[in-house]
Design a protein around this ligand. Structure first.
Ligand SMILES: Nc1nc2c(c(=O)[nH]1)N[C@@H](CNc1ccc(C(=O)N[C@@H](CCC(=O)N[C@@H](CCC(=O)N[C@@H](CCC(=O)O)C(=O)O)C(=O)O)C(=O)O)cc1)CN2
Ligand code: MET
Ligand SMILES: [Zn+2]
Length: 756
């Protein structure tokens, strides 16, 4: 009998109670042996498969599990270990694997960057002079394990060669095609081994297909896949895309693969339009991503059913595979235990497990249409309809707010110069200081009610005091309070603003073992009371130097939260902006007149397709300006960004009209400076002079040379000196040493330059 099948693309790694994270960290700190590490990890891996088996998923992914990151896994599987790690060849050891991810005494870590437009970070492969070879067949091992232990006939998941190489660095991009060729035999070998082991269906991820690939690039893509498929003719390959609609649909469907995976959540309209225009081949599977793998709301079954009806005009039911829009890596595991969330909100939540239930429900409804399944689908939609109609979501009119400063920067600059009387090349930091175990424990105990509020406040104040003294001793010019009262720069504000809900255990992997717990924006966002004034004022009371207020900007709060999907993002961003403006004004009113509004996620939210950039940038810039414009001319607004390729958004950065921007640059200094030079960026700018993600402490000379290179092209009167990002993941010793070197570099250069 023919029928619709269900499939999953990837399962979260971290574990229901972050067991994965804890196991990793225990291993890194040598609290457990490599053997118990492997045993624990295997237990987790199998339990994830079992969960999916119990949900009744037809195609269960294997090989998506990782000890750190799947892109790193792919590099290591192909023996692509950068020379500095002295890998002797053959299978890569666990210790080399983690050195690549995290650095070691002998070699700096591989670069880490954002996975498309998500808050997940991957390890950037470095090709150097190497030819790939298959030193370990990881998906095969995973397939065999699933078969042996659980009798699951898994669907191996692999990152495809085209996307892998596109995401890699350390090679001459003009030789892309030539280098790509060298991957073909390796992928063929990998696939052949899978085939020989009895694999019937493989998912090859090629997310780069949703970016603006040129026709020539698509030709290369097609040639590569034609060749690969020719060598493993009977293996069923699903080419999987996600995060957007594909750009070259027509070419894609003419490839000799068994199926195409399309995202019908983020790319619904365009993918559907392509199918309507060009049809869909009758001999292929359509793996239809119909549940949102990037958000945590229940799926409206009415919409899914109508989408599926549209699709079945072009494909027959036996060609249909239903699945989430992307890997479920990006959502937490289960909403089941989230009892503290408002019942109307909770009823509308679907984390990974609930999404898998939705998937089987829809699949059953497609295969057995009738009253029973219609009833179940309707019941599911009731929760969504109820929340929509609830007064939690009553429409709110925005107030008219100024989105322009009273004076342009050139006219504000002399006023601010006069007010702040800072030395040339002022030194500062980005906001956070070490989040130690002790600090986390203080917060955790206070939350649990085990620490009285007054004791909690005293302990936080002690930490602020300690770090104000440290900053004064080091001789920094603009100080910060250190963010000790914050669990996370987004969650903290969400907890204090109206319209947000919090999960107890809704963790999502951000990079390696580091997780974030995105707040849930379910209703209208608004300000209720000052959120940062107390701590900032206390810090300011301890010093004669200025203390910068420290806020997270509207675009970052939006991008790092799970956001209601009944309003355009722009509207939610503007609501957050209005709330933040209240905080900015509260700080200003209290005498804190230098305020940093961080926007590290502004670049991340940039749409994957060029033709959507301007629309996003327009509202994102507007949101930032709404939150920062209605202040005195002398109030100095700072902003901060990190993990960013700025070249294509430099105009938008300038349009933010912040008085000072600090950005991460230490890993790509040269390129960044030139992009700022080309656009004659004419506001204050602090280029990060050292990489905070690494425990390595750079010496004074290293930082001096970075500063001098920047000063060769940027005007010194606008130039600030700071690290790449906040210092919360570093320890006290590293921070004190690095900042001491940084300020002494700044002081020396200061005394030797002429201001221009
Ligand atoms: N949202 C967001 N996205 C971001 C960043 C960011 O800062 N925030 N930065 C970049 C990524 N960088 C990151 C850097 C560090 C961490 C990080 O350290 N995460 C922590 C969790 C942070 C947190 O919320 N911690 C809570 C405590 C959570 C916790 O583990 N509680 C314990 C109990 C606490 C204890 O007793 O120690 C428990 O629930 O079991 C706190 O500090 O208050 C971790 O994985 O360990 C995450 C991302 C990009 N994306
Ligand atoms: C990811 S950007 C971090 C900015 C924040 N103010 C901090 O210093 O941690
Ligand atoms: Zn940052």
């Amino acid at each position: 009998m023919t029928s619709v099948k269900s499939s999953n693309i990837g399962y979260p790694r971290i574990g229901e109670n972050r067991e994965w994270k804890k196991t990793l960290e225990a291993f890194w700190s040598s609290s457990i042996s490599e053997e118990s590490f492997s045993i624990e990890m295997k237990k987790l891996r199998l339990s994830y498969l079992k969960n999916q088996q119990e949900k009744g998923i037809d195609f269960i992914p294997v090989g998506d599990f990782s000890y750190y990151d799947h892109v790193l896994d792919t590099a290591v599987m192909f023996g692509l270990v950068p020379n500095r790690f002295n890998h002797a060849g053959g299978k890569v050891s666990l210790s080399t694997y983690f050195s690549m991810a995290r650095g070691s005494a002998a070699a700096h870590a591989c670069e880490m960057t954002k996975w498309f437009d998500t808050n997940y970070h991957f390890i950037v492969p470095e090709i150097e002079d190497k030819k790939p070879e298959l030193v370990q067949n990881k998906p095969l091992e995973a397939f065999l394990e699933a078969k042996k232990e659980l009798n699951i006939h898994g669907k191996p998941v692999i990152l495809g060669p085209f996307s892998f190489l596109k995401l890699a660095k350390g090679y001459d991009k003009s030789h892309f095609e030539e280098i790509l060729q060298t991957f073909i035999p390796v992928y063929v070998q990998l696939l052949q081994e899978l085939k020989d082991a009895g694999v019937s269906i493989v998912q090859i991820d090629e997310p780069v297909l949703v970016t603006d690939l040129s026709d020539d690039e698509m030709d290369v893509f097609s040639r590569v896949y034609n060749e690969i498929c020719q060598h493993v003719p009977s293996l069923e390959i699903i080419l999987q895309t996600y995060f957007e609609a594909v750009t070259h649909y027509k070419e894609l469907i003419s490839l000799p693969v068994k199926g195409i995976g399309l995202d019908f959540v983020r790319g619904r309209e365009e993918n559907l339009a392509s199918i309507k225009k060009h049809g869909f081949p009758s001999d292929k599977l359509l793996a239809a991503g119909i549940l949102d793998g990037r958000n945590i709301w229940k799926t409206r079954m009415e919409d899914s059913v109508s989408l599926l009806h549209e699709l079945t005009e072009y494909v027959s039911v036996d060609q249909l595979v239903l699945q989430p829009s992307c890997s479920l890596l990006h959502v937490p595991i289960t909403a089941e235990n989230e009892t503290a969330i408002h019942p109307e909100v909770k009823a509308a939540l679907a984390f990974c497990h609930e999404k898998l239930d939705e998937l089987t429900l829809l699949t059953k409804a497609m295969n057995h249409p009738g009253e029973d399944s219609s009833f179940l689908l309707q019941t599911q939609d009731e929760a969504i309809n109820k929340l929509k109609a609830s007064n939690l979501r009553e429409r709110k009119e925005m107030n008219e707010l100024p989105s322009k400063r009273n004076k342009v920067f050139a006219d504000r600059f002399p006023l601010q110069h006069e007010k702040w009387k800072l030395p040339v090349l002022p030194t500062t930091t980005i906001g956070s200081f070490p989040q130690t175990k002790e600090i986390r424990k203080i917060r955790a105990d206070w939350r649990k009610g085990e620490l009285p509020h007054s004791t909690y406040e005293t302990l936080i104040r002690e930490e602020i005091k300690k770090w104000i003294e440290i900053q004064e001793n080091i001789g920094l010019d603009v100080l910060v309070h250190g963010e000790f009262e914050r669990n996370d720069m987004v969650e903290f504000f969400g907890e204090k603003l109206e319209g947000f809900a919090f999960s107890k255990n809704g963790w999502v992997q951000s990079y390696g073992s580091r997780c974030v717990k995105p707040p849930i924006i379910y209703g209208n966002v608004s300000f209720s009371e000052p959120m940062t004034v107390k701590e900032t004022l206390y810090a300011q009371s301890l010093t004669g130097k200025p203390v910068k207020g420290m806020l997270t900007g509207p675009v970052t709060i939006l991008n790092w939260s799970f956001v209601r999907n009944d309003l355009p993002e722009k509207e939610v961003a503007f609501q957050i902006a209005e709330a933040l403006l209240n905080e900015v004004k509260s700080l200003e009113h209290a005498g804190i007149e230098m305020i940093q509004v961080d926007e590290p996620a502004l670049r991340e939210g940039l749409p994957l397709k060029q033709d959507k950039h301007q629309h996003y940038l327009n509202w994102a810039v507007e949101a930032f300006r709404l939150s920062t414009s209605d202040v005195a001319d002398t109030t100095q607004i700072h902003t901060h960004m990190c993990y960013s390729d700025f070249e294509d958004i430099i105009q938008a950065i300038s349009d933010l009209d912040a008085d000072v921007i600090s950005i991460e640059t230490s890993r790509s200094h040269g390129e960044l400076i030139s992009s700022f030079e080309e656009t004659t960026y004419d506001k204050g700018i602090g280029l990060g002079v050292y990489d905070i993600h690494s425990p390595r402490v750079p010496d004074e000379e290293e930082m001096s040379s970075i500063i001098e290179r920047a000063l060769a092209v940027l005007p010194s009167r606008l130039f600030w000196i700071n690290p790449d990002c906040g210092l919360k993941t570093r320890n006290e010793k590293e921070v004190v040493e690095a900042l001491t070197n940084m300020t002494s570099a700044a002081k020396k250069i200061r005394s030797s330059i002429t201001i221009k």
